[in-house]
Ligand binder design. Structure first.
Ligand code: NAD
Ligand code: TYD
Length: 370
C-alpha cells in the first residue's frame, strides 16, 4: 500500500535499521509519561531504536521531547493507533521486537463529558495494536513483548483501609477507568487465547514536569502563579497515591526488560495524600518560592461541586514489584514536588504555549508530511 494513503507524517531522518539490535514501538510518547519514558530509555539503551507513534491530540506535545528529538535512536511518526492500515504498515516497516503502549485518553473529567473518544482510543486503539502485533509476530512470538501501561483506577475506589494488589478484582467507576479496564482485559485475552507475550502495569497518580495543566498538580501550580482560584472538588478529602513520573518511567523500563511474560505489576509511591493536604503543601511551597506572605496562596482555595462518581481513595501495594524486581521510588514526595514546582516556574514559556494553544503549531514547523 502506498504510504501516501496512510497519511504518514514524520521527521525526515536517516535511520539505518541495521545499526540497532532491537526496535521498540512506543505509543503516546509525546504525552506526559511517554515523553519521560522516551527520555529515559533513549538515553539508556543506545543499541535500541525507539519509534514514537503519537497522534498529537491536545495532550501530545513535541516540545516535551526537544532534548532527544535529534538522537540517532529516536524517531517520531504521527498517527492514530485506531488506524489498522497505518499500524500494520508500521509493524511491517520497522519489524518491532516490542511495544510499550501508553497512548490513551487519560483525563477522568474529559471522560465524563465525552466517553466515546475514550472507548475509541483506549479500547479500539488497543485492540488495533494487539491485532497488528499478533499478525506481525505470528511466525514466532519468542523474544517479543507487548507491554500495556495502565492505571490503578481499574480497581475502583477504596475505603479508609486496604490497598490494591495485583489480585484485587476490577471495579472501574468512571468512563476513563472502565475503558482502561477493558483494554487490560483485552491484552490478557490475547495472551490467554493466542499466546501473545504480554506484560501489564497499573500505576498510581503520576506527577512531574511536562504534565498537561488539566491535571491537579500542574493546574494548581499555574493557577497559584497567576492568582487564579484553586477549584477543590467536593470536600477535598479524596485520597491519591502520588509517584514521581521519572520513577514510573524507570519501573516501566525494568518491567519491560526483567518482568515475567503474562504478569501484572502494580506501581505506586507508598505516598497517600488527601487532596486538601496536598494542596496546602503546594500553597506553602509556592508562597516560599514566589516570596509571598505565608498563607497567600491558600486564600485561592475554592470548594466547587464534586466530580460525578468521584473515587474516594486509591492506594497501591507495590510489594510484588519491589520483591521481584527490586524497584522502589527514588525520591520523597516533598523533594519531588519541590523539583516539580521549580520546573514549572522555570518553564513558563512551555506552560504559556499550552494555555495559548501555540504548542500545536510546533509540529507543523518541525515536521514533514506526505
Ligand atoms: P497523556 O494524556 O499525557 O498522553 C497521552 C498521549 O497519547 C498523548 O501524547 C496523545 O497525543 C497520545 N494519543 C492519544 N490518543 C491517541 C491515538 N488515538 N493515537 C495515537 N496517540 C494518541 O497521558 P499520560 O498521563 O502520559 O498517560 C500515559 C498512559 O499512562 C495512559 O495509558 C494512562 O492511562 C496511563 N497512566 C497514567 C497515569 C497518570 O497519572 N497520568 C497513571 C497511571 C497510568
Ligand atoms: P486528577 O489529576 O484529575 O487525577 P485522577 O482523577 O486521575 O486521580 O485529579 C486528582 C485528584 O484531584 C482527584 O481526586 C480530583 C481532584 N481534583 C480537584 O479537586 N480539582 C481539580 O481541578 C482537578 C483537576 C482534580
Amino acid at each position: 500500500m502506498s504510504t501516501s494513503k496512510l497519511y504518514i507524517s514524520y521527521i525526515r531522518k536517516n535511520i539505518i535499521m541495521s545499526n540497532f539490535k532491537k526496535k521498540i514501538l512506543i505509543t503516546g510518547g509525546a504525552g506526559f509519561i511517554g515523553s519521560h519514558l522516551l527520555r529515559w530509555m533513549v538515553g539508556q539503551h543506545t543499541d535500541t531504536l525507539f519509534v514514537n507513534f503519537d497522534q498529537l491530540t491536545y495532550a501530545g506535545n513535541l516540545a516535551n521531547l526537544t532534548d532527544i528529538e535529534n538522537s540517532s535512536n529516536y524517531h517520531f511518526i504521527k498517527g492514530d493507533i485506531c488506524n489498522p492500515h497505518l499500524v500494520n504498515w508500521l509493524f511491517d516497516k520497522y519489524r518491532f521486537d516490542g511495544v510499550i503502549h501508553l497512548a490513551a485518553e487519560s483525563h477522568v473529567d474529559r471522560s465524563i463529558t465525552n466517553p466515546m473518544s475514550f472507548i475509541q482510543t483506549n479500547i479500539v486503539g488497543t485492540v488495533t495494536l494487539l491485532n497488528a502485533a499478533k499478525h506481525a509476530w505470528k511466525d514466532d512470538f519468542a523474544g517479543k513483548i507487548f507491554y500495556h501501561v495502565s492505571t490503578d483506577e481499574v480497581y475502583g475506589s477504596l475505603g479508609a483501609e486496604g490497598f490494591f494488589t495485583e489480585e484485587t478484582s476490577y471495579d472501574p467507576r468512571s468512563p476513563y477507568s472502565a475503558s482502561k479496564a477493558s483494554s487490560d482485559h483485552l491484552v490478557r485475552a490475547y495472551h490467554h487465547t493466542y499466546g501473545l507475550p504480554i506484560k501489564i502495569s497499573n500505576c498510581s497518580n503520576n506527577y512531574g514536569s511536562y504534565q498537561f495543566p488539566e491535571k491537579l498538580i500542574p493546574l494548581f501550580i499555574n493557577n497559584i502563579r497567576n492568582n487564579k482560584p484553586l477549584p477543590v472538588y467536593g470536600d477535598g478529602t479524596n485520597v491519591r497515591d502520588w509517584l514521581w513520573v521519572v520513577d514510573h518511567a524507570k519501573a516501566i523500563d525494568k518491567i519491560y526488560r526483567e518482568g515475567a511474560i503474562g504478569e501484572t505489576y502494580n506501581i505506586g509511591g507508598w505516598n497517600e495524600w488527601t487532596n486538601i493536604d496536598l494542596i496546602h503543601l503546594m500553597c506553602q511551597q509556592m508562597d516560599k518560592k514566589l516570596k509571598r506572605q505565608k498563607g497567600t496562596s491558600a486564600k485561592l482555595i475554592t470548594y466547587v461541586t464534586d466530580r460525578a462518581g468521584h473515587d474516594h481513595r486509591y492506594a497501591i501495594d507495590a510489594n510484588k514489584l519491589n520483591n521481584d524486581l527490586n524497584w522502589k521510588p527514588s525520591i520523597t514526595f516533598e523533594e519531588g514536588l519541590d523539583k516539580t514546582i521549580d520546573w514549572y516556574l522555570a518553564n513558563e514559556k512551555w506552560m504559556n504555549q499550552i494555555t495559548s494553544g501555540d504548542y500545536q503549531k510546533y509540529y507543523d514547523k518541525q515536521y514533514e508530511q506526505r
